[in-house]
Write a protein that binds this ligand. Structure first.
Ligand code: HEM
Length: 382
């Protein structure tokens, strides 16, 4: 997987499930339907919003007997099953007047089996809800906002649709940045300042394209609907936790689904040597790596172990000032992305939170996002 030059360089992206054109999205479009013997899972998925709206959902799950998931054959099947079963778990916990604290064994057992196979926690995360949850409307056309549909939603509707669609397309737009990070590390080892510089410039352009898509979110995802009807279904399992009946009697606590679990920004940080090492921020960002697909966690580690682009810029900036300029432009682009993201998060969460909730959870996340942005800025080379 690694070449023999100086520090190890990633030379086989496929081994990390990183695609040249799609980045962290799967190389093959996600499976849209499980084989016939799993029809019961597909039926509940099709009826999910109706069952939630009519208040029937938990009754259905309490009575259902799911087919044996060991009959699933391919990785795509397993990922589709995990997508749906983890959505069923979240819908069970959050889809009633009072959150459920026990997921019944009928669902908990197959859900945990699937999570074990994929080595991910048994809850909805970015990796399932975004990476494995899309289809191209026209299969001959690329992944763009006018050609992407999420496969499964909770309540459905334009706002939920659009929220996930933008996240999916941002991932695709980020793909060339991953390639350029790997290439830039390779050229660090080859001591090629011009080509390191060129790849840094490419990364700047990629981040601008990601931002342009991110901006689109406000067009069709209403903040009120997001806060009240979309976000609640991907909430965390906090104190007192959730029991997976038939698996363990100990309540489990997990982080809720969030684009913080995307490997994209973490890759940019890792490749460019941006560290968030104060006030436990690094530890949160590391903790959520377990929600990423295993191969992507390994990719982040490989980038971190690879040749340091930042050191290279520091060592060569005097002879080649453009190098510093292009590195700084990358840092600024990430800073801008984080600034835009903070504004959106405040607009979609803090401003929507009922008066009595403002100043609690919303302050914590705003503080966290501000610190992460400030620590990005601190990496500008003067
Ligand atoms: C309505 C849209 C969005 C809202 C309200 C939102 C909100 C938040 C919140 C509250 C956090 C704090 C940590 C957490 O909850 O896990 C967070 C973190 C994060 N979000 Fe978002 N987010 C949105 C969209 C996105 C999108 C589309 C991306 C694209 C990749 C993204 C990337 C991140 C990242 C990377 C972090 C970790 C902190 C950082 O590295 O800067 N978010 N987001």
């Amino acid at each position: 997987m690694f070449s023999q030059l100086k520090q190890p360089v990633i030379d086989n992206l496929e081994a990390y499930q990183v695609d040249f054109e799609r980045g962290f999205l799967p190389k093959e479009d996600p499976l849209e339907r499980l084989p016939d013997q799993f029809e019961i899972i597909e039926n509940i998925a099709t009826n999910l919003s109706a069952l939630l709206i009519t208040g029937q959902y938990r009754h259905v799950i309490d009575k259902v007997q799911f087919p044996d998931i060991s009959q699933l054959e391919t990785e795509r099947q397993i990922k589709r099953a995990f997508l749906l079963m983890s959505i069923f778990g979240n819908a069970y916990v959050w889809g009633g007047e009072i959150p459920a604290t026990v997921i019944p064994h009928s669902l908990a057992i197959p859900l945990c089996k699937l999570a074990n196979i994929l080595d991910r926690p048994p809850i909805v995360a970015f990796s399932s809800m975004v990476l494995d949850n899309w289809r191209r409307i026209d299969k001959t056309q690329p992944i763009e906002l006018d050609n992407i549909a999420p496969l499964q939603l909770f309540l459905g509707g334009i706002d939920e649709y659009w929220f996930y669609a933008t996240a999916i397309v941002i991932e695709a737009k980020g793909a060339p940045a991953l390639i350029s990070l790997v290439q830039a590390q390779k050229f660090v080892n080859l001591d090629n300042t011009a080509l390191v510089s060129m790849h840094l410039q490419k990364i700047v352009a990629v981040i601008a394209r990601m931002q342009a898509i991110f901006k689109e979110i406000t067009n069709k995802c209403d903040p009120y609907i997001f806060y009240h009807r979309v976000r609640p279904f991907v909430g965390s399992w906090q104190e007192p936790g959730v029991i997976y009946q038939g698996v363990s009697d100990t309540p489990q606590m997990f982080v809720g689904g969030s684009a913080a679990q995307s490997s994209l920004l973490q890759s940019l940080d890792a490749g460019l040597g941006i560290k968030h090492d104060r006030e436990k921020h690094e530890s949160y960002l590391r903790q959520i790596r377990v929600y990423m697909p295993v191969a992507h966690r390994r990719f982040l580690e490989a980038l971190e172990m690879g040749p340091s682009i930042r050191e290279f810029v520091l060592n060569n900036q005097e002879n080649y000032p453009m190098l510093r300029q292009h590195y700084n432009e990358c840092v600024q682009a990430i800073e801008h992305f984080r600034k835009q993201h903070m504004e959106i998060a405040v607009h979609y969460i803090t401003k929507q939170a009922p008066q009595h909730k403002q100043g609690t959870g919303s302050t914590n996340f705003a503080h966290f996002l501000r610190k992460v942005k400030q620590q990005t800025t601190a990496h500008l080379i003067s």
